[in-house]
Design a binder for this molecule. Structure first.
Ligand SMILES: CC(=O)SCCNC(=O)CCNC(=O)[C@H](O)C(C)(C)COP(=O)(O)OP(=O)(O)OC[C@H]1O[C@@H](n2cnc3c(N)ncnc32)[C@H](O)[C@@H]1OP(=O)(O)O
Ligand SMILES: CC(C)C(=O)C(=O)O
Length: 637
């Protein structure tokens, strides 16, 4: 049958809550500033909904997290589970276990028998009270419903008092108005007041709990909040009463309903981890707790190891968590979309600066303010490694983030744009995400970052000799990763071996600065005329002596340029950029002459390669040949 054009002919709307005229609802103006009392019903409401209910051993695995433990009248296993908990002293002193029973005398008797010897037990007594249940399931009038309830409360009172006399056990009554949210509000209050009267001993220290169940979620969350506020306002002895909220998720708004119901007077929440439970499940305690946490309210529950908790819960429930599930899904802390990634990358950078300032000055707090990421994944056991995942929907910022996270390289904007083009076309061709490993590999390929030759040119070794004393601010470290001596102030000699299309060339050149000297060597020995554009130096994090150079190279007369990246005072960056130029057919291939034009330079290079002497100012750093070669070879950038 198709959907109806007028569904009002089939589905009745929810009734209004009878607040008096002019009544101003309190809950919309409130804020939750403390955590509720939590009752996990995974072992009962969660368990009763499983295709294969848990074995007692599995229940025990979850028990460390739980407290509503069973429906003891359901069968021997359930009964025995409660007995085992009590007899084997599995229940910590500060934990009250709750069991549930329907309002049927023989089942109440069996259920309370299961609790013999408990320290603190909560008897959860339930019967459905809404019109449709009264009429269809019980065929009871309102009065008969009250009688059924009161008789059950009487029996619970009698049996628990007998057990208290026997063992000293303490009992709390949790009376559940099953289907409360579909019940006439005045009738719910009347029933609640009759229960209070019958129990007769509710006090500030020993409260009676009322479970206001949204057994089936049938209306918007504001209606449930109104229902709870009405009950909260009208139930007698409010200070001796605790309101327990038990929402289900049929409309997909169980979390919202709970949050509003807490504003409306709820004190306690009954739910399941990851929202297991009948049909669409009970409200999810993890989402609720972490929603509170994200507002700066401690939930009193520790989910620092959420991935592990998710694994245990899924194993015990034989279920899986959707990838988009709040907090617990595998994709909830990942951004694929370019503009999201850009915002997250900027957010991380600006937050790092803000937090560093707090550390430095001792002023302010390290608050979390991150575009698209409501809580710090690290607080609940995740890292940042999956924050950004790259697909054809990603942009330059996302790719740059992956490079920075993995290689510590903070690419200049123009290089981000240029490398992003590589990633974008790769993703579009494959139609798939590009993993970090693939991105790094593509980056190394594009910029020839390898100790082995990738491009047509490869810097095999080099020797730098200052021909005039170095200025104060310049330094030459033996591994060549420091910032190059200031361009234009020092006369430098560059001598090195460059493999060109697999053949080793010895080159030598002089210039004011290392890069100028290398350009001179390329010009004079390889007939390769190169211009350098924008240059950016970056010290690598955690090691101020290590620097990397980004630069742009072009062929004189051609407007197009290529980016290069590398260390060794920028020499590798020049070779990296040149490989981009000479390897790309769109550019005119520069003329390369492979015969050294200066024979003496070859002899000098051989001599330098023998003793590898670095002269920096007046100090002489001598590095054995094999160590120096290793240093350069081990530094792919
Ligand atoms: C909303 C909830 O989640 S409530 C919890 C639900 N959980 C479960 O049902 C799991 C455990 N249940 C069981 O193992 C079984 O249902 C048992 C052992 C408790 C009872 O089994 P049975 O005696 O065969 O009864 P059955 O399961 O068919 O229940 C239907 C009967 O219970 C009555 N009933 C249902 N709820 C209640 C209640 N809260 N109080 C009193 N009677 C109730 C029904 O009216 C019906 O009575 P009828 O047979 O006179 O028409
Ligand atoms: C019986 C109550 C507690 C229940 O599980 C529900 O209403 O969903």
């Amino acid at each position: 049958m198709p959907m109806l054009s007028d569904p009002s002919l089939k589905y009745l709307t929810y009734p209004s809550v009878p607040f008096s005229d002019g009544y101003i609802r309190q809950w919309p103006n409130k804020r939750t500033t403390t955590s509720p009392i939590w009752l996990s019903t995974d072992l009962r409401d969660g368990n009763q909904a499983l295709v294969n209910p848990m074995s007692n051993a599995t229940k025990l695995e979850l028990f460390s997290l739980e407290i509503e433990v069973a429906y003891p009248a359901a069968g021997d296993n359930e009964f025995q589970f409660v007995r085992d908990l009590i007899e084997n002293n599995e229940i910590p002193d500060d934990v009250a276990i709750q069991i549930i029973t329907p309002a049927r005398p023989e089942l109440i008797t069996k259920s309370i028998a299961s609790m013999a010897g408990v320290k603190h037990g909560i008897i959860h007594l339930y019967n459905a009270v809404s019109p449709v249940f009264r009429e269809v399931v019980f065929r009871n009038t309102k009065e008969q419903t009250i009688d059924l309830t009161i008789n059950a409360v009487k029996l619970v009172k009698k049996l628990t008092e007998e057990e208290t006399a026997r063992s000293g056990a303490r009992f709390t009554l949790n009376y559940c108005l099953e289907t409360f949210s579909q019940t006439e509000p005045e009738f719910a209050v009347e029933l609640g007041n009759r229960v209070l009267m019958e129990w007769g001993k509710a006090s500030l220290e020993d409260k009676v709990y009322f479970n206001l169940a949204a057994t089936v979620e049938c209306a918007p969350s504001n209606h449930y909040a109104d229902m709870v506020e009405y009950f909260n306002n009208n139930i007698n002895q409010r200070s001796s009463v605790l309101l327990s909220i038990h929402p289900h998720n049929d409309r997909g708004t169980g979390v919202a309903a709970t949050e509003l119901a807490l504003l409306a007077g709820g004190d306690r929440v009954e739910g399941c981890l990851l929202g297991n439970g009948e049909r669409t499940g009970n409200v999810d305690l993890i989402t609720l707790a972490l929603n509170l946490y994200s507002q700066g309210v401690s939930p009193g529950l520790d989910f620092s190891n959420l991935p592990e908790i998710v694994q245990v819960v899924c194993r015990c429930n034989e279920s899986a968590v959707p990838v988009r599930y709040p907090y617990a899904g595998t994709l909830v802390f990942s951004a694929f979309a370019g503009t999201h990634q850009d915002a997250i990358k900027k957010g991380l950078d600006s937050q790092a600066a803000r937090w560093e300032k707090v550390d430095r000055t001792g002023e302010g707090i390290k608050y979390w303010a991150m575009p698209y990421i409501p809580i710090d994944p690290k607080d609940i056991g995740y890292g940042y490694e999956n924050l950004i995942r790259v697909s054809s929907q990603s942009g330059k910022a996302g790719t740059a983030y992956v490079i920075k996270q993995t290689l510590q390289l903070d690419l200049p904007r123009r290089m981000q744009v240029s490398f992003y083009g590589v990633v974008q076309s790769e993703c579009e061709n494959s139609g798939k995400e590009m993993s970090t490993a693939l991105i790094i590999n593509a980056f190394k390929q594009k910029y020839c970052l390898s100790s082995k030759p990738i491009g047509r040119l490869h810097l095999q070794s080099l020797n730098i000799t200052p021909l005039s004393p170095l200025s104060e601010s310049s330094s030459l470290e033996s591994d060549g990763t420091s910032t190059p001596p200031e361009q234009g102030t020092n006369l430098i000699r560059f001598e090195g071996h460059i493999s060109v299309d697999g053949r080793i060339r010895k080159v030598m050149g002089d210039g004011k600065g290392v890069l100028s000297a290398l350009l001179d060597a390329l010009r004079s020995d390889l007939e390769l005329e190169i211009n350098i554009g924008e240059i950016v130096y970056q010290h690598l994090e955690g090691d101020s002596t290590k620097a990397v150079t980004y630069l742009e190279v072009s062929i004189p007369g051609s407007p197009a340029s290529k980016s290069g990246v590398g260390s060794v005072w920028g020499c590798r960056a020049i070779i990296s950029g040149i490989n981009g130029l000479v390897g790309d057919r769109r550019f005119p291939r520069p003329k390369m002459v492979f015969t050294p034009r200066r024979d003496q330079s070859a002899q000098r290079s051989e001599a330098w390669l023998r003793d590898f002497t670095f002269r920096a100012g007046h100090s002489v750093l001598q590095t054995p040949e094999h160590e120096r070669s290793e240093l350069i070879a081990a530094s792919p950038i």
